[in-house]
Ligand binder design. Structure first.
Ligand SMILES: Cc1cc2nc3c(=O)[nH]c(=O)nc-3n(C[C@H](O)[C@H](O)[C@H](O)COP(=O)(O)O)c2cc1C
Length: 171
């Protein structure tokens, strides 16, 4: 499921998912393209969220998904209205080097871990971004040769790590 294919918003704090005696407790009532995704997740054991890192965080669409997925089961005393915790895996891609990963991954490990079981993450760092750098004004920082070499050598290892994460989340 590619979130960019859907039209949806983040949480609007309507609280309809937590009305006393309400019939929608634990379920986001916002009726947009994300609703069937959240419904499918209801009966799933696990979720893997993959996102590029934009300006130091997951993308706007990923964050909107995250808000809706998480807030529907929150009641400020902890998780509520939940039949079971989901196993969560995260995959990040970014231009920055490995040293930037811990802050971002640690934040989502903590946040997902509030209500679910964060199983692990994989980060693809210093990604190629484009195979046609000469077409764009991206400056020296792009370092095309270095990134192409990483694509050849590091990317296959990262794919292997992603496969192992998938196995762990599914087990
Ligand atoms: C709007 C925007 C903001 C970005 N911000 C960051 C950032 O803060 N840190 C970073 O490491 N990479 C940043 N990037 C780079 C993306 O993370 C990178 O293009 C993405 O991981 C996709 O890489 P790929 O196309 O090689 O898979 C940004 C890219 C865009 C388009």
């Amino acid at each position: 499921m590619n979130l960019y294919d859907l039209k949806f918003s983040g949480c609007k704090s309507c609280f309809a998912c937590k009305v006393k005696g309400g019939k929608n407790n634990g379920d986001c009532v916002v009726n947009d393209d994300l609703k069937p995704v959240l419904q499918a997740i209801d009966s799933a054991d696990a979720v893997i969220l993959g996102s590029p890192i934009y300006f130091g965080d997951i993308t706007a669409e990923s964050r909107a998904f995250f808000e809706r997925f998480m807030f529907q089961v929150l009641n400020y005393e902890g998780p509520a209205f939940m039949d079971s915790k989901k196993k969560i895996g995260c995959i990040y891609t970014m231009n920055a080097p490995e040293s930037y990963v811990a802050d971002i991954a640690g934040k989502y490990e903590m946040l997902f871990g509030l209500f679910h079981q964060h199983v692990g993450y994989v980060a693809a760092t210093e990604t190629l971004q484009s195979d046609k750098y000469d077409r764009f004004y991206v400056g020296d920082a792009a370092n095309e040769a270095y990134k192409k070499q990483r694509r050849e050598t590091v990317w296959p290892e990262t794919m292997e790590q992603a496969y192992e994460l998938g196995k762990k989340v599914a087990s």
